[in-house]
Design a protein around this ligand. Sequence first.
Ligand SMILES: [Zn+2]
Length: 83
Amino acid sequence: MNGASFFKTGVPTSSAPADPLAAMFRPACSECGSGRIRWAQLVDLLRLVDVDDRPRIHELLGYVGPEADAWHCSDCGGFGAFA
Ligand SMILES: [Zn+2]
């Protein structure tokens, strides 16, 4: 999957706006330093990450719950949750 098709396909954005406070705490990807990160609810990351990464999302869901703020990096695919 290339980046163009990723954006063309599009992912429905969460109905909840990204939390600006959370964005302040994590303005860039912790994996690669990219600023091209997308905020969503943690449960929405299941649609954004690779299949191989989904077990990690489920693990996070167990800790912080589906409505936790989470980020996903458009460049490296890194992600994290913000409880
Ligand atoms: Zn990254």
